[in-house]
Write a protein that binds this ligand. Structure first.
Ligand code: AMP
Ligand code: ZN
Length: 115
């Protein structure tokens, strides 16, 4: 756990969050500032700052994060209507919390390209 990391604190229960689901090595919770009717963040329990920092050995962990997003999309009832999974990597892409997370967004129509 990185002492100054917001999402490490969420994963440890030190900061309250609306936890949606948890699994092996990951936690999912609702985004505090939702950008869609469903906006959930899926994070690894271990601290990894950005997607750039994910080593090849963590391929299985990345897979688990995406499979969690898939399952949660089904639970939320947005699997058929459609949803988006987003990794913002570094500030230029809009990353503001430097602990990797998948945004799971759905429940409304999505534009393309993203802003
Ligand atoms: P990003 O900008 O891609 O790093 O995404 C960070 C996300 O974390 C934003 O969508 C924020 O709204 C969300 N966020 C920040 N603090 C919290 C918190 N305490 N609980 C839940 N979501 C948060
Ligand atoms: Zn962290």
């Amino acid at each position: 756990m990185a002492a100054d990391c917001l999402f490490c604190k969420v994963a440890a229960g030190a900061i309250p969050a609306e936890i949606v689901k948890q699994g092996e090595g990951w936690v999912a919770f609702r985004d505090i500032n939702p950008q869609a009717p469903t906006h959930i963040l899926v994070i690894p329990r271990e601290h990894i700052a950005t997607l750039n920092d994910v080593p090849d050995e963590k391929a299985e962990l990345l897979g688990r994060l995406f499979l969690a997003a898939k399952q949660i999309a089904a639970d939320e009832g947005i699997a058929e209507s459609g949803y988006r999974t987003v990794f913002n990597c570094n500030a230029g892409a809009g990353q503001s919390v430097f602990h990797v997370h998948i945004h799971l967004l759905g429940g409304r129509a999505m534009g393309w390209p993203p802003g």
